[in-house]
Design a protein around this ligand. Sequence first.
Ligand SMILES: NC(=O)CC[C@H](N)C(=O)O
Length: 363
Amino acid sequence: MENTKQVKLILEDGTEIEGTSFGAFTSSAGEVVFSTAMTGYPENLTDPSFAGQILVLTYPMVGNYGVPGEELYESISKIFESDKIHIAGLVVNYYSEEHSHWNAAKSLGDWLKEYNIPGIFGVDTRMLTKKLREKGAMLGKIVAETDVPLHDPNLDNLVAQVSPAGVQHYGHGQHKIVLVDCGTKTNIIRCFLERDVELIRVPWDYDFTTLDYDGLFLSNGPGDPKMCAPTIQNLHKALQQDKPIFGICLGSQLMGLAAGGDTFKLKYGHRSHNQPVKLTGTQHCYITSQNHGFAVDTETLPAEWDMLFENLNDGTCEGIKHKTKPFFSTQFHPEAAGGPQDTEFLFDDFLKAVVEYKETQAK
Ligand SMILES: NC(=O)CC[C@H](N)C(=O)O
C-alpha cells in the first residue's frame, strides 16, 4: 500500500471518524455533503459548484477507473467540467489504488495530490450519509497533522472566486447567447457549441445589459445565491425586456431572486444522477442529474411566475417559468456530465424561443 497514514474526518456535531489518507496528506475544512451518484467523480470533482465542500461518495468503490488525461477543443476541456479540482476534500469507503480504464492517465489519488486536496478512505460513507440526512448538511474537516478551524463556505463569495476574469468568445453560430459564468460546467458550453450559437462568456458581475445579444444564459455556481448581488441586479434589468433567458441550478436561483422571490437552504441538498422531477401540469417525469443545496421558495414567487418542475422526492422547486415571457430555469442539470441526458432538449427549447424572439423583432 502506497500510503497508510491515518487521518480523521471531524464533523461540527463532534463525530470523529478515523480513516486512511489518499490524495494530499493535508488538512482541510468545508461543508460536508454527500452524493449518491455511482460514477462520475472526474466530472463531480471539477464541477465549480462543489467549491468549499467536502464530498462524501456513497458508492462503495471509488477510483477504479482512474482519471482521464486532458484533451482540449477550442481551449475548452473535452473531458472535465472546469480546469481544476474544486472540492475541499473527498470521503470514500474503499479507495481502489489499482485503476484500469482505456482512457485513464493517472490515479484518483495522484490527481488529488496535484491540487493539494485531501482524501480519506475506510469510512462507512452510508452511515455518514444517514447522519447528514438526519441532522442536515454539516460543517466538517479532514485533519492530517495540523488541525484547522471549521469553516462555512456559504459565508464566502465563492462565485467571485471561480468566475473568469474576462470575456471570452466561442463559436460562429447564428444566435448570440451571453453566458453569465458564475462557475459554469464546461458541458454547458459544449451543449451550446453543438448548436447554432455564438457564445459570449462573461464574468458573474459583468454588466451584460450593455451587450448586443439574442438570448441570456445563467450558469450553475457554488455557494449561497444571495452572494451574487450584482448578477441579480443585472438580471432584474434583463427581466424587464423580452429576450429569452435560461438558467441552470444557481442560474435558476438567481432568476427566482431577480424576479422578487426568495431562496432557502435545503436540509441536505440533492446530489445524484437519479433525481425524479415532474413537469408541472403533466404526468411527465424526468430522471435528472443534480447538485444543489439551495432552492427557490415557490411560495414567494410573484404572480407572473410558476413552478416549472417539481422534485418528486421532497416536493421542492426544480425550475421556474414566467407565465408570458420566454424566461425559464431548471434547478437540475440538463447538460448532465455526469448523469442522464434526458433533459438536454431544454437547450433546444431555449434556442427555439430565441428564434421566435428574433422573428418577432424582424417583423
Ligand atoms: N450546481 C449549482 O449551481 C448549485 C447552486 C447552489 N450553489 C446550491 O448549492 O444550491
